[in-house]
Design a protein around this ligand. Sequence first.
Ligand code: URA
Length: 215
Amino acid sequence: MPSANADNPQIPLAKPVDQIPVGTVRTLRRKARECRACPLWRHGTQTVFGVGPEDAPVMLVGEQPGLQEDLQGLPFVGPSGGLLDRALEEAGLPRSALYVTNTVKHFKYELRGEAKLHKRANAAEQAACRMWLAAELLRVHPRVVVGLGAMAAQTMFGNAFRITRERGQWREIGQDTRGIASWHPSAVLRMPEKRRREEAYGELVRDLRAVAGVL
Ligand code: URA
């Protein structure tokens, strides 16, 4: 299975990326505000860029912002962020030391009456947004990248990757970067069966603890 980027081995993403913007995280965030590379900018309140120290040793990569993230302009501040915070605390990973971002930087939804229902970004939207994640990875250069959920994991490890089978396994990605994937907090929250939900939450904490262990 491919792991490092075929065009640029410095980018620890299996999927192709072209035209990577360069600059400090602050500059990248400013440039991303004006991004029109896919139609999602028309719907979202704002671009939700990554946050955290520019030299963070660990980058957490989620899928895409939800309603709360869209309104506040920050990643993982809604219900899944609440679960993530709890898991990070149990794992001994202070969120303030991590760079937290998403694979796609805009909220995508469909209107059901007044309600904005989350809709998954399609392959073209993910591809258009990948330059921003690649830019964050080049700038922050984390030692460890944690993919939360299938979208992030497949961006790092390729489309054959399955969270159910391969979560919690370390892989070398790029030159001096290791990657690992785990459950997406929303996937844990959505599991209908309490026992399975608790089990998946435990697995998420265990995977994050493994990350804390390498720091
Ligand atoms: N889900 C994500 O993948 N990212 C967020 O920022 C919020 C919810």
